[in-house]
Design a protein. Structure first.
Length: 321
């Protein structure tokens, strides 16, 4: 007997009273390959009527007492979606930038078993390139996507888009720590676990003069997102994160020290290279310490893998797993 599939549509919100109802009402209730569709609103400490509107719409609602950040709202949503018995989880913004009618398009590769995660992309299909997108935001998106591709060895076109779909197995294995955002960290986590991620082009609306309520200013977003990416990369690739700087610094220190020593052996004096010698010894020592730290961090990474596997099994064997 074919198992019925439930799709849970997650909608994280922060002060989205003007558009939340439009998104909820446009979520398709009939999707090929899915027997049941449920909507889950995550109210991240809104100060407007977002929560009240969600209650009137009679959808599943989880509310934070205060604004915790998009990363926390995402984690809360995934945990609740698993409790609701989701086989597929889709995430869509509440501001109507994404078209809810595209949910079947995003979910289709998951339903067909072709991917572990599907993410919408705004830049793969030139015909669907977004209009009115701020130039600075486009540059920032390109920069972060290039960085994620460099760190994962993949060739994605859009790693900031929050319109995504996940299998239940993917959600159970997903581990993120960022409070401010989650979009880039998810790529690093799932790519590190060998999961298949594919992109699906969608059309996105950008409203002139509209400021995002979740991420704040672009500068603030860039700094915090970069910090999350670097922390994630440190955890997943500690040998590279600490090892490469260690090799470069210790090599430079060795060259300085060796050159100073040769100078002393030939001319039998330490001036004017004494400072170079001390600097070289310091850099050599510091570089070697970084290399030792890289080895220790790599051992800790193995412990983390075991911990994540235990966490996965706990989730899977729990009542909601």
């Amino acid at each position: 007997m074919k198992k019925e599939k439930k799709l849970v549509v997650m909608i994280p919100c922060y002060n989205e009273e003007k558009t939340l109802a439009q998104v909820v009402k446009k979520v398709p209730q009939k999707i090929p390959g899915v027997n049941q569709v449920e909507i889950l609103v995550i109210d991240d400490g809104s100060t407007d009527k977002t929560a009240q509107i969600a209650k009137k719409l009679k959808v599943n609602l989880v509310s934070h007492y205060k604004n915790e950040g998009l990363g926390i709202a995402f984690k809360t949503g995934v945990e609740k979606a698993l409790v609701l018995g989701a086989d597929i989880i889709t995430n869509i913004d509440a501001d109507m930038q994404f078209n809810p009618f595209d949910i079947p398009k995003i979910a289709k590769p998951i339903i067909k078993g072709e991917a572990d995660m599907v993410t919408a992309t705004r830049f793969k299909d030139k015909k669907l390139m977004p209009k009115n997108m701020p130039k600075l935001k486009k540059i920032g998106n390109k920069g972060f996507t290039t960085l994620i591709n460099l760190l994962t060895g993949e060739s994605f076109t859009d790693t900031q888009c929050g319109f995504r779909a996940y299998t239940r197995e993917t959600a159970l294995r997903l581990t993120t720590f960022g409070k401010f955002t989650y979009t880039q960290e998810v790529f690093l986590d799932l790519a590190n676990k060998g999961m298949k991620i594919i992109e699906v082009p969608v059309k996105v609306k950008y409203f002139k003069g509209r400021k995002t309520k979740i991420s704040g200013s672009l500068f603030k977003y860039g700094l915090k997102a970069l910090a999350i990416i670097l922390q994630a990369f440190r955890d997943y690739r500690p040998l590279v994160f600490f090892g490469i700087p260690g090799v470069i610094i210790s090599s430079f220190g060795f060259i300085l020290s060796a050159a100073s020593l040769v100078y002393w052996l030939i001319l039998h004096r330490t001036q004017p290279v004494r400072m170079y010698l001390f600097t070289g010894i310091f850099l050599l020592t510091f570089g070697l310490l970084l290399l030792i730290l890289a080895l220790i961090a790599d051992m800790l990474k193995r412990l983390r893998r075991n911990q994540e596997e235990l966490l996965y099994r706990l989730r899977k064997n729990s009542p909601q797993g």
